[in-house]
Design a protein around this ligand. Structure first.
Ligand code: COA
Ligand code: MG
Length: 302
């Protein structure tokens, strides 16, 4: 399996909305929402005595009104918890695009689930996403990314969870996420080293859209592929910030055209209006255009 980021397949994961599986009204709403992916949550947003009812809701949702054209992800409770085994049965029956594992600490947490999926003949298309939300996950992040890639190739995506991480570490929720940034960057770096996507944490304050907009811009600047969301009001800004900007699309088209010119055949580097452009920029440009096409397809389908 190639580890380089160049081989990362392109997915649209700008806006990844969490929906509590217990909330039928919210489940009904997702069809009309313009988010790229939906996380159906069986974990923190569902009270212990409601877990069975939440699973029933998902069974009904997937049978009667399944999501079309977008990734459906089920967040389960930890395998070691009272609910994990039954949640996994639900995942195996419903076959979403991915299962999201909470509170991953080490590579073994990924391998346990990837073994379970293999033993139950789950299709290769059923991927693993991992919440990065514990101090140990941050300490072990490179090993988690690497093991997921090399031993159990289902690992596809990290999702940072700052609510748990703040709780566990005592770091305060300051503007700019000052003391969290080094950890966030470490997660982005590990994801890139092993060709995974990486999604920024939720912003709890869904009424303060100005602060949220700033956090989306920061997440994009840090290299995240998208943001986990808790409320429909957060979708548009995530799509805007994590989607390619007009200027970036024009630039990508110019780079692709420059290298397509017969005069550039065999060249590793060309002059684009007085700036050096290398073939590595071409790969980036092609990824960006692929994303742009996916966005256009998504728009056309709505
Ligand atoms: N997905 C889909 N629809 C949602 C939604 C979500 N995550 N959050 C809110 N909505 C819907 C509401 O049902 C409501 O619909 P209605 O007007 O038809 O009744 C509408 O959006 C407006 O919601 P609002 O009244 O502003 O908020 P609320 O009080 O209903 O819900 C929360 C607020 C925080 C409880 C809710 O957004 C939520 O549960 N978010 C997800 C939490 C979660 O998944 N946590 C775990 C991951 S961190
Ligand atoms: Mg959590």
């Amino acid at each position: 399996m190639p580890a380089s980021s160049h081989f990362r397949s392109v997915h649209l994961r700008r806006s990844v909305l969490s929906v509590p599986a217990i909330n039928s009204r919210a489940l009904e709403k997702v069809h009309g929402l313009n988010c790229d992916a939906v996380i159906f949550d069986l974990e923190d947003s569902v009270a212990p005595e409601k877990k069975a009812e939440a699973r029933d809701n998902l069974n009904r949702f997937f049978a009667e009104t399944p999501l079309a054209g977008r990734e459906a992800v089920i967040r389960i409770n930890a395998l070691s918890s009272d609910f994990g085994a039954q949640d996994m049965e639900t995942v195996l029956a419903l076959r979403p695009q991915a299962v999201l594992l909470p509170k991953v600490d080490s590579p073994d947490d990924i391998l346990a689930v990837s073994d379970l999926l293999d033993e139950n003949d789950a299709p290769e298309s059923l991927r693993i996403w991992a919440m990065v939300e514990t101090p140990r996950a941050i300490l072990n992040i490179a090993a988690i990314a690497e093991t997921g890639r090399t031993e159990g190739p289902r690992l596809d995506c990290f999702v940072v969870g700052l609510n748990d991480l703040r709780k566990e570490t005592g770091v305060l929720p300051l503007p700019g996420r000052t003391y969290l940034v080094p950890w966030l960057m470490q997660v982005v770096l590990a994801a890139r080293a092993y060709g995974l996507d990486v999604i920024d944490s939720v912003c709890n304050d869904f009424r303060d859209l100005d602060a949220y907009d700033g956090e989306c811009g920061q997440g994009r600047a840090m290299g995240f592929d998208g943001k986990m969301l808790i409320h429909p009001a957060q979708i548009d800004a995530a799509n805007r910030h994590f989607g390619p900007a007009e200027a970036a699309i024009a630039e990508a088209e110019a780079i692709i055209a420059a290298f397509a010119d017969p005069a550039a055949a065999g060249l590793g580097v060309v002059n684009l209006d007085g700036r050096m452009v290398e073939r590595l920029h071409l790969e980036e440009a092609e990824r960006l255009m692929q994303k742009t096409r996916l966005i256009a397809e998504r728009k056309a389908a709505r």
